[in-house]
Design a protein around this ligand. Structure first.
Ligand SMILES: [Fe+2]
Ligand SMILES: [Fe+2]
Length: 230
């Protein structure tokens, strides 16, 4: 049941990502027609539709829900800043976390078909993460990107989902690994580690302060590398 639900959840995330990348491709090309990023986004939208089918296969059938991608950026931002907000949240944070999750799963003994699917997803998500960093690097040459600092906690809350909420014992069973699902304590530690080791240093390179983001994370995961148990 947990396995089915986890793959169904991923299927919805893939569908939403497909809509989001197709929309961002149009938005970015409107203000930066020479950017290579929109073509990468269109390719990524195709990848996500393929991932959707793979996730539905492992969920045991078609998954309902999500017919678009709501704009997640705050309304106070202009179109260019909003596209950057959304790209950083979806690619630099969420796709980077996805790579870490799938890589962590591939280090375990998953069933053969599950491994195949994880491999295919991992390969694509690496390039989806990169396209986010490519867009951020390009925008950093044009805009003051430091405004993103104060929004990082809301991006993290979106990316964390229910990872820091209380959980049932069965959600932490090592048996889940065979089916391509991380036990929740492992999911938390992977999430926290990836932010501290990859995402935060990456953002800081562009002069984006991660103080608020680090404070948000410390409240949820006080011990270094801790699982955030309550
Ligand atoms: Fe995907
Ligand atoms: Fe992706």
């Amino acid at each position: 049941m947990i396995v089915r639900e986890a793959w169904a959840f991923r299927a919805r995330v893939e569908r939403e990502a497909a809509f989001r990348f197709a929309r961002l491709a149009e938005e970015i090309s409107a203000f930066d027609p020479d950017s290579p990023v929109p073509a990468m986004m269109r390719k990524a939208a195709e990848d996500e539709r393929r991932h959707l089918a793979l996730c539905e296969e492992l969920a045991g059938g078609p998954v309902e829900g999500i017919a678009g991608s709501d704009r997640i950026a705050p309304r106070s931002l202009g179109p260019r800043e909003a596209a950057l907000y959304e790209t950083v949240a979806a690619c630099c944070i969420t796709e980077t976390e996805s790579v870490a999750t799938v890589t962590s799963l591939l280090s375990e003994d998953a069933l053969p078909r599950v491994r195949e699917v994880l491999h295919e997803i991992a390969r694509d998500e690496v390039s989806h993460s990169r396209m986010g960093w490519a867009h951020l690097a390009r925008e950093a040459g044009e805009l003051e990107v430091g405004f993103l600092s104060r929004w990082l906690p809301s991006m993290l809350a979106g990316a964390a989902g229910s990872a820091f909420e209380p959980f049932e014992a069965e959600m932490d069973s090592p048996e889940l690994l065979r089916h391509g699902v991380l036990p929740i304590s492992r999911k938390r530690s992977t999430f926290v580690h990836t932010l501290r080791e990859v995402v935060f240093p990456g953002l800081e390179q562009f002069g984006i302060s991660t103080d608020a983001a680090r404070a948000w994370l410390s409240e949820r995961s006080p011990a270094a590398g801790g699982a955030g148990l309550r």
